[in-house]
Design a binder for this molecule. Structure first.
Ligand SMILES: NC(=O)C1=CN([C@@H]2O[C@H](COP(=O)(O)OP(=O)(O)OC[C@H]3O[C@@H](n4cnc5c(N)ncnc54)[C@H](OP(=O)(O)O)[C@@H]3O)[C@@H](O)[C@H]2O)C=CC1
Ligand SMILES: O=C(O)CCC(=O)C(=O)O
Length: 429
């Protein structure tokens, strides 16, 4: 690993599983495969720009709070920086930096002309009113006004944000520059230039990757037993689409707990229940209650962590019974757990491949916006499916040729394309 005083951005997370160090370890493995020299590796190990802003917010009760917001731009050699905006109490600069780096490899892997970025504010959205969240989002956007833009850096939704926050960001940016700029964000409402299919896109991409992985094993989705952790934008959409495709989604969870039915959950009914139940799946009639820890250990064909980082760790990896783990979340399997699964012959479909459907449709949204021509959902889904299926098979091929796990193969492809672009542009050496 390249050691550098610049690498540590702040103290490691308390769990001692630092997402940025893990991302650098995977980068190091890819660099080894690609015989990258140390100088180039050092360039790729560092975010190009790190922005931290204070966000003063006047609460509805008149009190003032100051929140910390970040935007990390990892690499823009292939095109504008691209990546989501996270609202979660555990957001740190290190986490955002790791997620920005993943975005660089993800975009390169699926062949879209973007670099990698990520943003976030350390806050629990449930503690704020909608009006307060709007003020926070508008102030965060204003603080970043010189750092974002359709040709510079294009935010999108991530944990705790949705089309609503993207609309506020777009409006704030547009007011500052004096005209409507829909291309400054993706994942926005369709009424202001959003793309059909974006809301379900990450979950749809996950479903496509699961389908391809099952097909490689001579199986279809029909009857496959699936467990999903997280029932938000990604986990919820994956559950709906896998259920529609005939899979048995036997368990799902959110932050409040999980539900399990060995015969398969009625996902449309569960979605409706969760919406009426303060967005919690807990207490769904006819299902057994499980904790998030128990859920990860349930017997199934496919386990889909679709919530947060570091869910499958050294401590619980031995309990995983699935034959295939699909990283719908970014970084849900730690480095040590990844090696343990690999040693046990469990297939791990890595995040930069498995959840790329979201950024692919973000790219299609941006393309539609730039060309002022908007497509029907069928076309959007088809274009995304083509890119996802191609990327999946390219990763499988790379893994076979190099005799390396799928994650190393995926990183090698993504990192290799970025390194090549840097060399071709004369940015390195
Ligand atoms: N949105 C997108 O397009 C993309 C997202 N991703 C990644 O997918 C993951 C999920 O994002 P997204 O679905 O957008 O986020 P959401 O905020 O929409 O949903 C997150 C889900 O995870 C649940 N959750 C939170 N903490 C825990 C926990 N400790 N245990 C179990 N479940 C938990 C939440 O429950 P509750 O609602 O109760 O808090 C919610 O159901 C993230 O890693 C994100 O980076 C990747 C690519 C694109
Ligand atoms: O759609 C996007 O631009 C970014 C999605 C994202 O944040 C991710 O893939 O992790």
């Amino acid at each position: 690993m390249v050691s550098s005083s610049l690498r540590p951005l702040e103290a490691p997370s308390p769990a001692h599983i630092c997402p940025f160090d893990q991302a650098c370890s995977y980068l190091d493995q890819a660099a080894k495969e690609l015989h990258l020299d140390r100088g180039l590796l050092a360039v790729l190990s560092h975010p190009r720009k790190v922005v931290t802003v204070s966000i003063p917010v006047k609460l509805d009760n008149g009190e003032v709070e100051v929140l910390a917001g970040h935007r990390v731009q990892h690499c823009d050699v292939l095109g504008p920086y691209k990546g989501g905006t996270r609202y979660h109490p555990d957001v740190t600069l290190r986490e955002v930096s790791a997620l920005a780096m993943l975005m660089t490899w993800k975009c390169a892997l699926v062949g879209i002309p973007y670099g990698g970025a990520k943003g976030g504010i350390a806050l629990d959205p449930a503690r704020y009113t909608v009006v307060e969240l709007e003020r926070i989002t508008r102030r965060y956007t204003t603080e970043l006004i010189k750092d974002i833009g359709p040709a510079i850096d294009i935010p999108a939704p991530d944990v705790g944000t949705s089309a609503r926050e993207m609309a506020w960001m777009m409006d704030t940016y547009s007011m500052n520059v004096g005209h409507a700029v829909p291309g400054v964000v993706t994942g926005k409402p369709i009424s202001i230039g959003g793309s059909r299919g974006r809301e379900m896109a990450t979950g749809r991409g996950v479903m496509i990757i699961v389908r391809e992985a099952m097909a490689e094993r001579g199986r279809s989705l029909a009857g496959a037993k699936v467990v999903i952790q997280g029932f938000g934008n990604v986990g919820g959409a994956a559950a709906v689409l896998l259920h529609e495709a005939g899979a048995k989604v036997v368990a799902v969870s959110d932050a409040t707990g999980g539900v399990f039915d060995p015969e398969g959950l009625d996902i449309p009914a569960l979605k409706a229940y969760s919406l009426q139940n303060h967005r919690s799946v807990v207490g769904f009639p006819g299902a057994k209650a499980v904790t998030n820890a128990e859920l990860l250990a349930l017997p199934c064909d496919v386990l889909i962590p679709a919530a947060l980082e570091n869910q499958i760790t050294e401590e619980n990896v031995h309990e995983v019974q699935a034959q295939i783990v699909v990283e719908a979340a970014n970084g849900p399997v730690t480095l040590v757990a990844d090696r343990a699964l690999e040693n046990r012959g469990v297939t791990v479909l890595p995040d930069i491949l498995a959840n790329a459907g979201g950024v692919v449709v973000s790219y299609l949204e941006w393309v539609q916006g730039l060309s002022y021509v908007f497509w029907d959902e069928e076309r959007v889904n088809k274009e995304m499916e083509n890119l996802m299926v191609h990327a999946y098979h390219r990763v499988i091929q790379e893994s076979k040729e190099r005799q390396v796990p799928l994650r190393v193969a995926a990183y090698t492809l993504g990192v290799g394309r970025v390194a090549q672009a840097l060399a071709d542009r004369g940015l390195y050496p």
